[in-house]
Design a protein around this ligand. Structure first.
Ligand SMILES: C[S@@+](CC[C@H](N)C(=O)[O-])C[C@H]1O[C@@H](n2cnc3c(N)ncnc32)[C@H](O)[C@@H]1O
Length: 345
């Protein structure tokens, strides 16, 4: 399906709330406005579209966002004033480490690993042995290339081995890392011979893409050893939303960001405990300390070539950029939430 530039805003779409409206609409975004809320069932399989999105957009993510495709965390007023997006993104990883107790030197499965920013951090800074999985083959390629570059840059004067070992791992700092193209919903079967052998499962802003959340928690339980940790950061809808809040704020996010229905934080706790995991951290709602990400992102995407690219990708590309406004609106209204949490087997 292809978007048209002159598609009108639906007559019944309410105006954006006053607090957010002055910053969320620009000439560029108005030019490409598109109706929201088409059900995923009317389009091709959601997972194929997610894979296609990351195959096509990951070069842009790297150029605009850097190696981490997740929010930044600005915990204090001082941080909000001083910390760059890149520093804040690493601080989100540090927060997850603190609440989960994922330890140095462990064997980690990074589920929905993007272009490997977190996997590399855990390998190089904590000496972990990290397997990153992503549905996007393009991301595997990019993550592998970035890892080789980092390994080479870290020891320019020495003889650096950047070829993989027998299990496909590349040495990085004190640890090592490898990337595999895999639909995470198949990880239970794929890692069957590794059942009970991972010290940690890490999942940052990926589970909201998965259609079957309960399956993920069951699989995490399968691959973790006794005492192993699950560290999780994700996007949520608020508890008890009115229909109107859901339609105005959450629906366009689900639609544009290629998400099956969003869950609440307590939904995840229930899935996890039903799977036999114990809560050890959170849920810690950090919405107010991450929302700045979308102020930065919105200014970053005011770039005509990016909108032209999105437009060339048809309806999904435009809906994706349009969802940025909904993210800001959802955070401002409190209907859209961000939280971290940790579990133990
Ligand atoms: C927002 S990015 C987060 C990337 C990374 N975790 C980070 O924090 O930088 C979402 C990731 O989830 C992955 N993903 C989505 N659905 C997936 C699936 N079914 N199986 C594996 N990966 C998936 C995407 O390929 C992408 O890498």
């Amino acid at each position: 399906m292809t978007a048209t530039t002159d598609a009108p805003r639906p007559a019944d779409e309410p105006p954006a709330p006053a607090a957010a409206s002055s910053v969320e609409t620009t000439d560029l975004s108005k030019q490409y406005d598109t109706p929201m809320g088409l059900a995923h069932t009317t389009m091709q399989a959601l997972k194929d579209r997610i894979k296609l999105h990351y195959d096509l957009a990951s070069d842009y993510y790297l150029n605009l966002w850097g190696e981490h495709i997740h929010h930044g965390y600005w915990a204090t007023d001082e941080a909000k004033t001083n910390d760059s997006k890149e520093v804040a993104q690493v601080n989100l990883i540090r927060l997850l480490l603190t609440i989960s107790g994922v330890a140095e030197g462990g064997r980690v499965l990074d589920v929905g690993c993007g272009i490997g920013g977190t996997s590399r951090f855990l390998a190089s800074q904590l000496g972990c042995t990290v397997t990153g999985i992503t549905i996007s083959g393009k991301q595997v390629e990019m993550a592998t290339r970035l890892t080789k570059n980092e390994a080479t840059a870290a020891s320019p004067a020495e003889e650096v081995t950047v070829s993989p070992d027998a299990d496909g791992f590349l040495a990085l700092g004190k640890g090592k890392v490898r990337f595999i193209e895999l639909d995470a919903e198949k990880m239970g079967e794929f890692f069957v011979s590794d059942a009970g052998r991972f010290d940690a499962v890490w999942i940052s802003e990926a589970l909201s893409h998965f259609p079957n959340k309960a399956l993920f928690f069951n699989n995490a339980h399968k691959v973790l050893r006794e005492g192993g940790k699950l560290a999780l950061a994700d996007w949520f809808k608020g508890e008890g939303l009115a229909d109107k809040e859901f339609e105005n704020d959450i629906k366009p996010i689900e639609d544009g960001m290629l998400l099956p229905p969003l869950c609440t934080q307590q939904d995840y706790v229930k899935f996890a405990t039903d799977a036999g995991l114990k809560v050890i951290g959170g849920p810690k709602d950090i919405s107010k300390d991450v929302s700045k990400t979308w102020d930065i992102s919105w200014s970053l995407v005011q770039n005509p070539s990016l909108w032209a690219f999105a437009f060339s990708q048809g309806r999904d590309g435009i809906a994706f950029l349009q969802a940025f406004r909904a993210m800001r609106r959802g955070y401002a209204n409190g209907s859209f939430r961000y939280a971290v949490m940790a579990f133990e087997k």
